[in-house]
Design a binder for this molecule. Structure first.
Ligand SMILES: Nc1ncnc2c1ncn2[C@@H]1O[C@H](COP(=O)(O)OP(=O)(O)OP(=O)(O)O)[C@@H](O)[C@H]1O
Ligand SMILES: [Mg+2]
Length: 297
């Protein structure tokens, strides 16, 4: 079985997309087979990995984007997978093993216009289709927007693990608290659709600190986050194996630049060089820590 993981926090802009894209790239570089789903209408991960020209073609018609499994409903996730998605200027494959199911702006219609069959909510349709491609992957990752509306529900329902990207500030703590509250509510309403083959409902397995500036002491916000996590664990609202990850990702200009270049940080030449003291190494360490994490439920 693939490990199925959602990256989500109710706080926006904490680094969910940059963490998931760069961790996915690091996992692929380690030889893992990785499928990344972009479940955010903003399409940041898709635009990043496809670059604007390739993504524009999908956005123009919606064909090839994730929403097409719901409307017109004729596509299958298998047909939407862009294999070895990262390409160079001549179309050469730069990162074998990293596949993407892209989104386009029409995913917003899932939240309002889409009605579907009330007996088969969107997240059930989605989960069943993911199951069919699952044997081909070691990791299936879901980049979610900062809410648990329908698009996020697809990722949350299908995954078994949740990682919460956070900044060392009070708003991230509020975002985490709200997330755990909404997760419990969603699991309660979606529970009747769960089958044993889907595995355990997704619980928080980890908090990951991102964008940490050199010289800034984060011990106090980290301690507050740890206390909140302990409370949730004691109340069985977070997994027994949940923890704050040892690896934290530094704030680095190359992360912002890599978006404009349309490449994960590990492929951005010398700036992304994998020296021991680099953001690239942070992502590699994080990917290793996630790969070694043994989730309990
Ligand atoms: N480690 C980092 N160093 C420097 N900049 C970063 C880092 N991580 C993220 N950023 C920048 O912070 C901004 C927000 O990051 P990102 O888009 O990954 O957040 P997000 O949580 O996915 O946002 P949203 O809630 O809108 O989906 C981006 O401009 C990104 O390039
Ligand atoms: Mg994002």
């Amino acid at each position: 079985m693939a490990r199925k993981i959602s990256f989500i926090n109710y706080k926006g802009g904490v680094g969910k997309t940059s963490l998931i894209v760069n961790t996915a790239a690091a996992l692929a570089k380690m030889g893992k087979r990785v499928l990344l789903f972009d479940l955010d209408t903003q399409s940041n991960a898709s635009i990043w990995l496809l670059k604007l020209d390739r993504w524009n073609k999908i956005n123009a018609t919606g064909e090839g984007s994730i929403y097409s499994i719901f409307d017109p409903g004729k596509s299958h996730i298998r047909d939407l997978i862009l294999k070895d998605v990262v390409e160079g200027k001549a179309g050469e494959k730069l990162l074998p093993g990293l596949d993407l199911v892209p989104t386009s702006f029409n995913l917003v219609d899932l939240e309002a216009e889409y009605t579907g069959d009330p007996k088969r909510p969107a997240y059930v349709v989605f989960c069943e289709q993911v199951a069919m491609v699952e044997p081909e992957y070691d990791f299936i990752l879901f980049d979610c927007p900062p809410n648990i509306l329908r698009a996020s529900q697809c990722g949350v329902f299908t995954s078994n693990e949740i990682y919460v990207p956070s900044n060392p500030d009070a708003l991230s703590l509020i975002g985490f608290t709200l997330l755990v509250d909404k997760l419990q509510k969603f699991h309660a309403i979606s529970g009747s659709f769960r089958k044993a083959s889907m595995g355990a409902p997704a619980q928080v397995q980890g908090l990951i600190f991102n964008s940490i500036r050199t010289g800034v002491d984060i011990e106090v916000p980290k301690m507050r986050m740890q206390l909140r996590l302990n409370q949730f664990r004691a109340a069985k609202r977070a997994a027994p194996s949940s923890k704050i990850f040892n690896t934290q990702i530094r704030d680095a200009m190359v992360v912002r630049r890599s978006v404009a270049l349309g490449l994960p940080v590990i492929l951005v030449g010398t700036e992304g060089a994998d020296t021991t003291d680099s953001v690239t190494n942070d992502y590699r360490k994080l990917a290793t820590e996630i790969a070694q994490h043994e989730p309990q439920f």
